[in-house]
Design a protein around this ligand. Sequence first.
Ligand code: HSE
Length: 307
Amino acid sequence: MKSVKVFCPATVANLSCGFDVLGLCLDSIGDEIIIHKSAAKGIRITKITGEDLPLDIKKNVAGVAAQALLDELDIDFGFDIEIHKKIKPGSGIGSSAASAAGAVFGLNELLGKPFTRKELVYFAMKGEALASGSEHADNVAPALLGGFTLIRGYNPLDIIRIESPPDLYATVVHPQIELKTSEMRAVLKPEVSLKSAISQWGNLGGFISGLYTHDYDLISRSLHDEIVEPLRSVFIPNFKEVKTKAMESGSLGVGISGSGPSIFTLNKGIENAQNVSFAIEKVFSKTDIPFEIHISKINPDGIRLIN
Ligand code: HSE
């Protein structure tokens, strides 16, 4: 193989009860990355479309992640990377993760797969560190592995992949304002009360159990966040109303996607996901904030090669 084209899916991190540890992979939106093997050593980003982002590999998440992988190997050729952005940076659906994951996945394919997908998470996290100041894996893990992922531990990295129940659909609204993950991390408090922690780990356990047993009611009961959501939701237009209307339309749960401004909902069945989408559309149509809505099945495969 001399070149590869990669579909780099968007992701939803945190999922209310799993700040920095839970994520899911979307199917209906993602970046495209094309990587060519080159006789010249090292990494170059030769083209970016869709967004105005730096070509300098030290300032671009894809470049940083790709370089982290290359540093582990001794090879006498290099790679030229083209990035075609479809996911807006600062949207809360894993834009930086998609680029970082795409770069390391594509390189790994061209190198004959020296690393597993789980091992690639480690390199992709280096890109996340550039974007947000923290090496969180809750977007890059679901992007690379598909389905749902739980980061059981960061040191050492211990990732558990969980298959999605068959009827689960995400409806995600992206109000077109930008919220920087680094800034949204800065609004968080470094400590939580024991009462909130008890509620959060109860919900996280319930959510994971609901995924394994396909218990949609348990999933719904577990989608709560009393630690991060109250601090971040004030920056998200229409958050409360979207939550109320989506729940009235039968959604299983509603929360902030990653660090926002996107809002995710989980729904049982495509029809329900569409009803929730209509309800959200009504809320945003009353305002002058541009928005996009994505309805997506949970992507079981994660990142993939395309023709
Ligand atoms: N867990 C990260 C955060 C995800 O919420 O800051 C960022 O997409």
